[in-house]
Ligand binder design. Structure first.
Ligand code: HEM
Length: 467
């Protein structure tokens, strides 16, 4: 995404606008390299820290080829998100937008965005979470955890990816784990994903070129599956109905294959890497917090005891899920300290004023959510993984702009309830069945997404708390 403009646009000076202080860096690159320099997810990194100290929480820069306002100011961050589609819109580089697709929810604006969003939100609404996603989440988590072998070192991130991918493709396309078609789609999706976050070099062999090819193959598969489903409907042999996103979309909308493909890729892109990273982070943070593991065990044992008393032997139910209060504190704390989406990209569509500064039309704006999450004036001892803080959080700390792991407003996360549920279900089976240790030191670092350099290698020991 490196900007290749030869100089910096100084039109704002001529217009007499008062843009925030800052520096525009090198003519070609601006400060892109420093901004992208990796650092632990539990910190803002040297670049941000130095700039905030020098210029304050709102400063200007030149990143990814555009003059940019970078905001570590929680109020500005909220203002930007609450004015999405009015004063601001998403600003993906063209190369990323091309791969995501022209009808991807992530790049759409206006009515079409609203429409695609409402399809997704309805698809992942409470009724469906309760009746479909919860049971599947329970099943696929158990299925995966049953493959964990005692004493063998394995990368936790890979297993978390399998759980979240299987859950998504089962609910989107009724594909089952391990089947050849599922594995083929997983392979194609991985290539797609790598290309979205790579440099946009469209030459044979590059990650970007492979992603374009994978996207085309995925769209062909979708077209075939759609055709088959329509034929089954017409022949009266369709058993799935609205049981998956494909059936739901065929009933409730008239999206064509490409639009459905963009929806599928948007949901996978938005929901797979994020929630699998969150599951991996839970293992990472809890490893150093045995007291939290103990507290979780009490909570989940109590759920099992109550289930038994009711004579229930089946998978987790909605009533069980609703009792996972401390688990939700662990989820909130993991998302605060782990900063899975550290920032988002927006562009001002008109000149905007905020706190005495001007944000010129066309400039990028990067709200840094992580800034409030790690602010000692908001969270006491912010570097500490402390799930209990969420049991007695003060109303000023809980202010919406101080906690935005899922964004805010029109473009907030379509899968936030699903994500919280996936992590809580994982916690249930994890703490009741395993002790784990980190086989080698590994830490989450902020790249495009947080990454554990070694995929978080762990070693597990089975325990049997439930008899
Ligand atoms: C811990 C896990 C997750 C985190 C931290 C997360 C975070 C976010 C954030 C911050 C945004 C806002 C992006 C923006 O403002 O530009 C977002 C949007 C979105 N997320 Fe999530 N997400 C998670 C899980 C999921 C899941 C499980 C799904 C779906 C299966 C999902 C689907 C989406 C979609 C479709 C959008 C775009 C919404 C729109 O453009 O209106 N996310 N997510």
């Amino acid at each position: 995404f490196l900007g290749l403009k030869l100089g910096h646009d100084n039109g704002w000076k001529k217009k007499g606008l008062k843009v925030p202080p800052g520096e525009m860096g090198w003519p070609l690159l601006g400060e892109t390299i420093a901004f992208r320099r990796t650092h632990p997810c539990t910190s803002l990194g040297q670049y941000m820290e130095e700039h905030v100290q020098k210029y304050g929480k709102i400063y200007r820069s030149h990143i990814f080829g555009n003059p940019t306002i970078i905001s570590a100011d929680a109020e500005l961050n909220r203002f930007v998100l609450m004015n999405d589609n009015r004063l601001f819109e998403p600003s993906f580089p063209k190369s990323v937008a091309d791969i995501l697709g022209k009808t991807s929810m992530l790049v759409l604006t206006g009515e079409m965005h609203r429409y695609m969003k409402s399809l997704s939100v309805n698809f992942m609404g409470i009724a469906r979470l309760r009746n479909n996603f919860l049971g599947d989440s329970d099943k696929y988590t158990k299925l995966n955890l049953n493959t964990w072998k005692e004493g063998v070192v394995f990368p936790a991130k890979e297993e978390a990816c399998k759980i979240t991918f299987n859950l998504m493709v089962k609910n989107i396309l009724s594909m089952r784990p391990g089947e050849p078609e599922t594995e083929r789609l997983r392979f194609l999706y991985m290539a797609f994903m790598k290309g979205v976050i790579s440099l946009p070099l469209n030459f044979p062999g590059t990650a970007y070129r492979k992603a374009i090819q994978s996207r085309a193959t995925i769209l062909k598969t979708i077209e075939r599956l759609m055709k088959e489903r329509i034929e089954q409907k017409e022949a009266g042999t369709d058993k799935i109905g609205e049981g998956d996103l494909l059936g739901f979309v065929l009933e409730q909308s008239n999206l064509d294959a490409e639009q459905f493909g963009d929806l599928l890729l948007g949901l996978l892109f938005g929901g797979h890497e994020t929630s699998s990273t969150a599951i991996t982070m839970v293992l990472y943070f809890l490893h150093d917090s045995p007291k939290a593991v103990e507290h979780l065990r009490e909570e989940h044992l109590e759920i099992v005891r109550k289930k038994k008393a009711r004579g229930e032997t089946g998978p987790l139910t909605w009533e069980d899920y609703k009792q996972m209060d401390f688990s939700q504190c662990v989820v909130s704390e993991t998302l605060r300290l782990g900063n899975i989406i550290k920032f988002v990209h927006r562009k001002a569509v008109t000149d905007v004023q905020f706190k005495g500064y001007d944000i010129p039309s066309g400039w990028s704006v990067i709200p840094i959510f992580a800034a409030a999450h790690l602010d000692p004036n908001v969270y006491e001892n912010p570097q500490k993984f402390d799930p209990w803080r969420w049991q007695s959080i003060s109303s000023s700390t809980a202010r919406i702009d101080n906690y935005m792991p899922f964004g805010q407003g029109l473009r907030n996360c379509a899968g936030l309830e699903l994500a919280k549920m996936e992590i809580a279900v994982f916690l249930h089976h994890l703490v009741l069945n395993f002790d784990w240790e980190l086989a080698e030191p590994d830490h989450p670092f902020a790249y495009a997404f947080p990454e554990f350099e070694k995929g978080l290698p762990i070693k597990v020991r089975r325990i049997s708390l439930v008899n």
